[in-house]
Design a protein around this ligand. Structure first.
Ligand code: NAD
Length: 473
């Protein structure tokens, strides 16, 4: 597939292979962009903004709605691309595609709700004759950098609101999963987006990243990815807006009165969705001691039923990790935890990029898998006795994206909701629940700012104050 630069679909001799992690077959190739391509993208995006900022709200919303319709008509085609280039099973890929349609549709709706307010300038002496208001204007060129694990919908979470706001965009999708992002850009152009409004550049993030991120023509970097790349981007960005959606190590508390069937089903899915490569995937399960053994028995039994393997088979529950190297890393972390005293309850075996759904208990705090983001199909179980201590434990790591609690006690739920230090608390769902229009983002190393269409639009626009001094009235 090709890049879209300055209105042209372009290729290059230097290509990167996109591999299916299940069998390492080549799905397609993408161009590896050069410094000259970076300059083309920056110059074209700057010109593109002159077009997008003059487009009416109606035009922007129409394009987004139309693109949503195009993707809906080709849902299966998009799902197969996701299921080939990424880790997701075909069923997970279909769900992501339908969420992408929703993300674009909500972006179109939110475009019509970019509101301002009148300002009471006469609320301080000297303002008597002044009348005014503010409105929100598009920020300019938005650089969108996206990760591999939701290769379509997380791209839509940046392109949808950026277009809705009237910005131009430079998109740099994940190097290992760029194909569904390219298809999304094709759908937007087919829906009427002026090609100058979007630059799609493919290549190695660590090579083309700095010249894009540091350039002054870029007014906002909207980044979703790991903490390390996030820290680097923040250090080179200079004076521009930065949105960061980073990693986590999500805690879920299962209180003694929880509905165990619901908690087990929801937490197994939340632990192993997309082979655990999920920023809101369940990593730490803090279970009340009174129900610990029963929960553990049911959780392990359900995990053992998981079918792993060919992503395109309808009955596969979990696919491979994104690369064999990543599966080897998870294997190392599990082995290290076991060497340090953890008990392996199920899983722990690797075949190529396939790593079994794995459950551990007795994980000591010094084990990497306890305190770092694992981003793989493993989960740790811990017994707890008191709510305060469980919340303290949940808050003890330098992440805070989503947290969750299973309980039927409204006071317990309320206390957890207020005291868990994170961007959102799910009650009677695992952390792996997200509505695309809710405010989404984290505290501490989990991020900066919020996505979720209305909230992304706030980040991608700025208020401009207009004040009339009218001494004649
Ligand atoms: P990553 O940080 O390796 O890469 C993310 C993107 O950044 C890719 O497009 C990559 O090419 C690019 N990149 C890498 N180095 C760069 C640099 N120096 N300059 C510019 N761009 C650079 O992350 P990943 O492995 O693709 O994704 C996994 C991570 O993403 C996990 O930590 C996960 O938690 C996080 N994530 C967060 C959210 C969220 O919404 N909070 C959602 C999904 C994934």
């Amino acid at each position: 597939m090709k890049m879209l630069l300055d209105g042209q679909w372009v290729d290059s001799d230097d290509k990167i292979k996109v591999l299916d992690p299940y069998d390492n077959s080549v799905v397609d190739t993408i161009p590896s962009a050069t410094a000259a391509d970076v300059e083309t993208a920056l110059a074209a995006a700057t010109r593109g903004f002159e077009i997008t900022k003059r487009m009416t709200v109606y035009e922007r919303a129409q394009i987004l709605s139309k693109a949503a319709g195009i993707i809906a008509d080709r849902l299966e085609e998009f799902a197969v691309v996701i299921a080939r280039e990424a880790s997701k099973t075909i069923n997970e890929a279909r769900k992501e595609t339908s969420r992408c349609i929703n993300t674009l549709t909500c972006s179109a709706e939110e475009a019509k709700r970019i509101l301002g307010e009148t300002i009471p300038f006469d609320s301080f002496p000297g303002g008597e004759m002044r009348r005014g208001y503010y409105y929100r204007f598009p920020i300019g060129v938005v650089l969108a950098i996206t990760p591999f694990n939701d290769p379509l919908n997380l791209v839509a979470h940046k392109l949808g609101p950026a277009i809705a706001a009237g910005n131009s965009v430079i998109l740099k999708p994940a190097t290992v999963t760029p194909l569904s992002a390219i298809k999304l850009v094709e759908a937007l152009v087919e829906a009427g987006l002026p090609p100058e409004a979007i630059q799609l550049i493919t290549g190695i993030g660590s090579v083309i990243g700095d010249p894009l991120v540091s350039d002054e023509r870029v007014r906002m970097v909207s980044f979703t990815g790991g903490v390390e790349a996030g820290k680097h981007i923040a250090s080179v960005a200079g004076i521009k807006k930065i949105g960061m959606e980073l990693g986590s190590n999500s805690p879920v508390i299962v209180w003694q009165d929880a509905d165990l069937d619901l908690a087990v089903e929801s937490c197994v899915s939340g632990s192993f969705w997309a082979a655990g490569q999920n920023c809101i995937g369940v990593q730490r399960l803090l279970i009340h001691r009174d129900i610990y053994d029963e929960f553990k028995k049911r959780f392990v039994a359900r995990t053992k039923q998981y079918k792993i393997g060919d992503k395109l088979k309808e009955d596969t529950d979990m696919g491979p990790m994104i690369t064999e190297t990543e599966a080897e890393r998870v294997e190392r972390w599990v082995n290290e935890a076991v060497e340090k005293g953890a008990t392996l309850l199920t899983g722990g075996k690797r075949e190529g990029a396939l790593y079994e759904p794995t459950v551990l208990e007795n994980v000591p705090p010094e084990a990497t898998i306890h305190h770092e983001e694992v981003f793989g199909p493993t989960v740790n179980l811990y017994p707890i006795d008191e709510l305060d201590k469980a919340i303290k434990e949940a808050n003890s790591l330098p992440y805070g994206l989503l947290a969750a609690i299973f309980t039927n006690n409204v006071e317990v739920a309320f206390k957890a909701a207020y005291d868990l230090d994170c961007g959102g608390v799910m009650i009677n769902d695992s952390t792996d629940y997200r509505l695309d229009s809710m405010p989404f983002g984290g505290v501490k190393y989990s991020g900066l700012g919020r996505e979720g269409l209305k909230f992304s639009l706030q980040e991608m626009t700025e208020p401009k104050v207009i004040c009339f001094n009218l001494p004649g009235i």
